[in-house]
Design a protein around this ligand. Sequence first.
Ligand code: PHE
Length: 366
Amino acid sequence: PATAQGGGTPPAGDDVIVLGEVGALTGGQATFGISSRNGIALALKEANAAGGVKGKKLVVRVYDDQSKPEEAAQAVTRLITQDKVVLILGEVASSSSLAMAEKAQAAGVPMITPSSTNPSVTEKGDNIFRVCFIDPFQGFVMAKFARENLKLNKVAVLQDNKSAYSIGLTEVFRQKFAEMGGKITVTESYSQGDTDYRAQLTAIKKTQPEGIYVPGYYSEVGVIARQARELGLKVPLMGGDGWDSEKLFELGGSAIDGSYFSNHYSPDNPDPRVTKFIADYKADYNGAVPDALAALAYDAARVAIEALKNAPDTSGPALRAAIAKTKDFPGVAGNITLDEKRNAVKSAVVLKVADGKSTYVTTISP
Ligand code: PHE
């Protein structure tokens, strides 16, 4: 079962407002959950230092879903029935957010996912929100970059068939790339947790692509990059936000050099709002540079806090209405305006991977 993390049960009572959080603190996507938890904790710390909300302190009850959608769904049920949270933050992986959204919507408890990009997540109902862009846009971004910047004509795709995120992004990328006059040579699949991708990569190599789109998570992508190079596939790999982790470099080594991925935010952004966030985050987390997950989770928590301030009370309907009104909210990963489908419309950045880090290349707007 999902285990509670981060300081045990918060003191119940009239002097606190309890938020819920579900994340992958262990398992194949652990860096996602840890970064998100850090971002949320920073936002809460700042809000509490500024007096809290409605005279109360904010606390968060965190559950580790071990990177599993079933555990994420169970954690939501616990947060609602046992911990009586007013609002839920999470998940990162779209498959987990989809499982959570079902439960949160049924209970009428608002949920904000910081970073799940699959369109179906917010389609689960009017209690489900996100502060990031969606994959129809993200897929367009990399298709455009591949065609216009990298000038690629023939691209192969390698998707994770266990991930709603990867399947959705594959579909959009294939469609957009073809619309822009490019050719998809082949689409191969793997399952999250696999360790040997040689058969798929060999099939891909036969089609002589000029690039390979791999919209998966860092834990698999790093290994895929190594095996691709071992098989003599030297063309650039391209991916989406799921690549964003320090661990990508550890797993991929120099094999990942010369690859590109789309993302929500770049720490290279000189905006003072961003540089202040980075400095505060580093101070709290041993000098770690916040990734997109940390930035989006910080933003999601701040949107939640703003809604808690604006709502007349902390009931589900009141909070839901207040979140839905979010407009021009100054996030560190871009300004947030929620559309009628409860999604944020924002630009994306493209980052290049080389020498153990990713660097900003360009921004693409909707
Ligand atoms: N967008 C991914 C998903 O929906 C999650 C993700 C976001 C991963 C940002 C890394 C960075 O599954």
